[in-house]
Design a protein around this ligand. Structure first.
Ligand SMILES: O=C(O)CCC(=O)C(=O)O
Length: 311
């Protein structure tokens, strides 16, 4: 059965200057009615090139605890590596529909990998998300199914491998700072989530221009099931975070990485406490709860692309 893609729906919607009913969110979720309009509190931004490790440990732990999300700059991933990743992602979505469908995730697949769209029937949700995606493993090599990595554009594989190589060292640093900030051994969280066999998945979200971004959402409110999610959006704003009972727009900082502490970090902390490695530290869990809700919007006139990696 042919699956409708949001990219195709967007082309028709543009001509009619409206969107299908199944994309219209209930009032309590509509971005125009629920986005905070006053001065927006700034999401913490951390300069990872700072030489003071104690300061980094402290700021990463605090930002994780208070926000569950922060941005990092001077993280060591070269600008051109990020830009190549974004370019190949964009080029994939510019391929013909037929070419993209070669990588389609079968509706009955148990794997998350492939090109897809969460339309209401498939996801058993009432309202559809204004987004198409491409999702696949990027690490370790033994877990990669290169059949799902697009052959076109030809530099897709190189761009992903290069980005993953740099990303891993940023993630190692962040997991160390987070562990130390939680008064654990530096390698505690990394080891608890699989050590060097930690699996990395990369998802490219493609939000086509949407005639009614005031009514629709790109991705509905959710927490991330990951340990950490690392997001690199293009320059089109869209990410929103829920804090102090309000939805706030996340500020776009060119070439920054947006770090989201996922549900698994909390689960693993609980595990470390239960198995007794941190038995005198039950307060670790009550002090550190990272339930960040986020959602994303589309733009009226521009395509938004967000590449995120999670582990
Ligand atoms: O596009 C974004 O900025 C965030 C996307 C997201 O949170 C998701 O796909 O789970």
């Amino acid at each position: 059965m042919e699956v409708a893609r949001v990219q195709a729906i967007a082309t028709l919607s543009k001509a009619m200057d409206t969107i299908p009913d199944e994309f219209i969110r209930p009032h309590e979720e509509q971005p125009a009615l629920t986005t905070f309009k006053g001065p927006v509190p700034e999401i913490p931004t951390i300069d990872l090139s700072d030489h003071d490790q104690d300061y980094l440990v402290h700021t990463v732990a605090n930002a994780s605890r208070e926000w569950g999300l922060f941005q990092v700059v001077n993280h060591g991933i070269p600008v051109e590596v990020i830009s190549k990743l974004q370019t190949v992602g964009k080029e994939f979505f510019e391929l013909s529909q037929e070419e993209k469908e070669v990588y389609a995730r079968p509706a009955d697949s148990v794997s998350l990998e492939g090109y897809g769209t969460n339309l209401a029937k498939e996801a058993e949700v009432k309202t559809c998300n204004w987004v198409d995606y491409l999702f696949h493993n990027v690490w370790p090599p033994s877990r990669i199914n290169y059949g799902i990595w697009p052959k076109n554009p030809p530099s897709y594989r190189e761009a992903n491998e290069e980005y993953t190589k740099f990303l891993k060292s940023v993630v190692d640093k962040l997991l160390t700072y987070l562990s130390l900030g939680l008064r654990l051994k530096g390698n505690a969280i990394k080891e608890a989530v699989g050590g060097d066999n930690l699996e990395y998945l990369l998802k490219i979200n493609y939000y086509p221009p949407c005639p009614r971004p005031d009514l629709a959402l790109g991705v509905a409110p959710h927490t991330d099931m990951s340990t950490i999610t690392v997001l690199v959006p293009n320059e089109v704003p869209g990410l929103q975070v829920f804090k102090d009972d309000h939805w706030f727009d996340a500020k776009y900082i060119p070439n920054a990485l947006i770090i989201h502490i996922g549900d698994q970090t909390e689960v693993k902390l609980m595990f470390l406490i239960i198995i007794g490695l941190e038995k005198n530290n039950v307060s670790l869990l009550t002090e550190n709860q990272f339930h960040l809700l986020e959602r994303s919007k589309a733009s009226k006139s521009k395509e938004r692309i967000a590449c995120w990696a999670l582990f």
